[in-house]
Design a protein around this ligand. Structure first.
Ligand code: SF4
Length: 70
């Protein structure tokens, strides 16, 4: 799965970091960054993406490029 954070949409709410700390971390600008796409299983990554109140986490199929979420 491909994981991206839209830096325009991210407001630093931090729930993604709480739910999936091996995948997301806050940077110096208080925006989430992806540190390891394989840091958690897909279910955990989905929960983290769904927890984002700004829909800033974008999930795509790694092979087909299909847009999965949001
Ligand atoms: S939950 Fe959304 S807004 Fe909050 S840090 Fe993560 S990506 Fe940014």
């Amino acid at each position: 799965m491909k994981i991206r954070v839209d830096r325009e949409l991210c407001k630093g709410a931090g729930s993604c970091v709480v739910l999936a700390p091996q995948v997301f971390q806050m940077d110096d600008a208080d925006k989430a960054v992806v540190i390891d796409v394989h840091g958690h299983d897909d279910d955990t990554i989905w929960r983290a993406a769904e927890s984002c109140p700004f829909d800033a986490i974008i999930l795509e199929d790694e092979e087909t490029g299909e847009w999965l979420y949001p």
